[in-house]
Design a protein around this ligand. Structure first.
Ligand SMILES: *Cc1c(COP(=O)(O)O)cnc(C)c1O
Length: 461
């Protein structure tokens, strides 16, 4: 069978392949043929091939699939049916649609990026964003970088290189994608001084560890896990009073960092960035694309004396934001000047704060819409369940939702999940107790027609 695999040049001559020339370059077609023939070879070698595999029609079909794959960008839109709002693997926060114009203009034209219109001379990048951040959090000064990992790295490099930073053993976190506090600290040149125990740390532990070598007390938000039972954590206020006694700054890595108090919406226990500052924290770092709902960015706010060295630090140049992200961050922050506007227009905040009743009626409306257009071989039902905030925030919180369970005659839940995931426009759901589930919390109304056509094409096969 291996000997009968046609040569690339021969396949190129087939009339059914020649039609591709109208739409694709010869280079693309050759790549696709190679890909198809490699698959055939692998299947023959794997001894799972029947002789039909060498038929022209079958090879042409593989070439067609390979061309489509080559023609589809690797980084592309997906429909998030998982109910995880800040899904790290699916790009965390979706930006407010109202930013489209601002980001487009920043990307495709010239802008005031580093130009001061009043003086006509060079201006400072990020001043607009930094001013907004000060106003929204009550901070004296702000610095923005590429992500929160970079923010922590810059802060430690500028303030604690070669000196000790005291951190509770209960807060030596690892965030997905290999951000580990001890390792970031090592990179920054700061020396980690661990205190307390995994479950309990007291103010006296910090006091006992302070020496001439200490540069900073660091509090890290235990974003993605919780220690329960016999526990004791040192509050920001307590850390600040220990810091004041020894004239040492206190930094809080707030992780997600919210600007609005979310407790009225069922998301309890997350201090706002302003509250950390009011509690006396000298610096607070947080992400742009977690609870803030903006672009990937790292934000540092706090006292000018501690932020000035960062503004002058050579690392800042390496960690700075690009203009499109700056436009997105400024646009997101501007929405926060009116809290209700932020909650309505920032998609992740809107999704997180949807009520159980809204979700139940949304699920029912979606099911009605799907049922109207889909054949009887697709079964749909709604059931109560939970969504998650995600992005390493609120790890224990279960947000009540109504899930849509989808099944298609002749397909297992695993097969359905796999077919929907591997489309050009992938639909990502989850499987629980043998059901394939979509959560309307993260599915937009405008995604419904795409879900309909995906299910229709599955049934048609
Ligand atoms: C998420 C998180 C980080 C990393 O933030 P990125 O913006 O993803 O780089 C750092 N520290 C804490 C506590 C976090 O929760």
């Amino acid at each position: 069978m291996l000997k009968n695999i046609p040569k690339v040049d021969k396949v190129l001559e087939w009339p059914a392949i020649k039609v591709f020339v109208e739409d694709y370059s010869r280079w693309m077609i050759v790549q696709a043929i190679r890909e198809a023939l490699d698959q055939v070879r692998a299947e023959i070698l794997g001894e799972k091939a029947t002789k039909e595999i060498l038929e022209e029609e079958s090879i042409v079909q593989r070439v067609g699939v390979a061309i489509e794959k080559l023609n589809t960008p690797g980084l592309r839109r997906v429909i998030n049916g998982t109910g995880v709002v800040l899904h790290t693997n699916l790009g965390r926060a979706a930006l407010p649609p109202s930013l489209r114009e601002t980001m487009f203009e920043a990307a495709f034209g010239y802008s005031t990026l580093e130009f001061n219109l009043e003086t006509g001379a060079r201006g400072k990048r990020a001043v607009h964003v930094e001013e907004l951040l000060c106003r929204l959090t009550g901070a004296e000064c702000a610095v923005v970088v590429n992500n929160n990992a970079a923010a922590v790295m810059l802060a430690l490099s500028a303030l604690a290189r070669g000196k000790e930073v005291i951190v509770s053993r209960g807060e030596l976190v690892e965030i997905g994608g290999s951000f580990r506090i001890p390792e970031v600290m090592e990179q920054s040149g700061a020396i980690l001084r661990e205190v307390g125990a995994t479950n309990r740390t007291h103010p006296r532990d910090y006091r006992a560890a302070i020496s001439d070598e200490t540069a900073l007390l660091l509090k890290v938000h235990t974003s993605n896990f919780a220690v329960v039972g016999f526990t004791s954590e040192v509050s920001t206020e307590e850390m600040v009073s220990v810091g004041r006694e020894a004239s040492l700054p206190v930094m809080v890595d707030a992780g997600s960092g919210t600007l609005v108090n979310l407790s009225a919406y069922g998301l309890q226990g997350e201090a706002t960035v302003g509250e950390y500052l009011e509690a006396g924290a000298d610096l607070v770092t947080f992400s742009g694309d977690k609870l803030l709902g903006g672009p990937q960015a790292g934000i540092i706010v706090g006292k000018r004396t501690f932020l000035e060295p960062m503004k002058k630090h050579p690392l800042l140049r390496a960690l700075r934001l690009d203009k499109v992200t700056l436009a997105a961050l400024e646009g997101t922050l501007r929405l926060y000047r009116d809290e209700q506007q932020a909650l309505q227009q920032i998609p992740s905040l809107r999704m997180m704060t949807l009520s159980a009743e809204e979700l139940a009626s949304r699920a029912k409306a979606m099911v009605r819409r799907l049922r109207r257009t889909l054949p009887a071989s697709v079964s749909l039902k709604t059931l109560k369940g939970f969504s998650q905030v995600g992005g390493g925030t609120f790890p224990l919180l279960e947000l009540p939702t109504t899930l849509i369970s989808v099944s298609v005659d002749g397909l297992s839940a695993q097969q359905l999940e796999q077919r929907l995931r591997t489309r050009v426009l992938p639909i990502i759901g989850r499987i629980s107790q043998g059901d394939f589930l979509l959560d309307p919390r993260t599915v937009a109304d405008q995604d419904v027609p795409d879900i309909i056509s995906a299910l229709q094409s599955l049934v048609a096969i």
